[in-house]
Design a protein around this ligand. Sequence first.
Ligand code: ZN
Length: 241
Amino acid sequence: MPLIKHRTIHRTTPSAEFVDDDELGKVKLISNNGRYLRINIRTNGEIVVSKPTGTSRRQVLAFIEESRPHIRRCLEKLSRQRQFKDGDAIGRHHRLVVRQGVRAGSRVSDTLVTVTIPDNYTDLQSRQLVHKAVAKALKSEAEHYLPKRLRMLALKHGFSYQQVRLTFAKSRWGSCSSSGTISLNVGLMLLPDQLIDYVLLHELTHTKHMDHSTAFWRDLELVLPGAKRLRDQLRKYSPYI
Ligand SMILES: [Zn+2]
């Protein structure tokens, strides 16, 4: 895209400027009212430099160069997220369809997650677009499944809790607060059934024991024989979707 330097009074929407970087792909430039250049790496992998009016292109390029190690670290962190590809089963009911197209887009139906990726997208941008759509599908599955399943297991085994929340926590599958709120990770929808039940019953048992004491494990084993074996299996999975 050519860099537009002139301004016309007829323009209603400011057109974005870009820097094409060999390593980073398109870096978007926007204006700010401050005095400093700033860089922002969005969760979709988009790199945005905001610059005070009057900043030269040379200054912007130097700033990108200076920020390169920081940008790399951020991008690497983003790329550690789980990767999904065309044809993958997503959760219990969805299948992922990834296709090329003119415009970026995504759609989640009852059975399909369809993502359209433009040619000019970097790997990371594509992955982030897919990731966002997958997260949406998993959240919808989680909303339909987890609260109902939790209620069922609580009734069956005589536990009570106040409320249930869904999260995208990066390092935990679930938690239980002392006020009786059970939080469950949307990523549970990627686990086998018995491991989902393990997490749900683990958190329900915390409504009686807030620690991982012998009493906690004894009670958990009572409602779920082999609980510790399931705990070991769960370690093979990451809640970071
Ligand atoms: Zn626990």
